[in-house]
Design a protein around this ligand. Structure first.
Ligand SMILES: [Zn+2]
Length: 87
């Protein structure tokens, strides 16, 4: 009977030792708390870099407003469409 108790205790100690070892490996993979997240969060694009889009009054294509040809209160994609009627 004492041999059974001995083996149960031995197996229990081995399991505990393996668990402790695995826990130690898992904790080592994570950086220490004082080193965590020292990097800056990813920056969002400044509002000035976001291009405003507009739509051609003739063909309806969407394109950057900085490339628009303005005429008669409308935006056009090209000088050729300025001469054509708005749809
Ligand atoms: Zn157009």
């Amino acid at each position: 009977m004492s041999r059974v108790i001995f083996w149960i205790l031995l197996i229990g100690l081995v399991v505990l030792a393996i668990r402790a070892k695995l826990k130690g490996l898992g904790a080592r993979r994570q950086p220490p708390l004082d080193r965590q997240d020292t990097r800056e969060p990813p920056r969002q694009a400044p509002v000035a870099e976001i291009e405003t889009m507009t739509q051609c009054a003739h063909c309806g294509i969407h394109f950057p407003a900085s490339e628009a040809v303005h005429a008669d209160g409308h935006d056009y994609c090209s000088p050729g469409h300025v001469r054509l009627p708005p749809r």
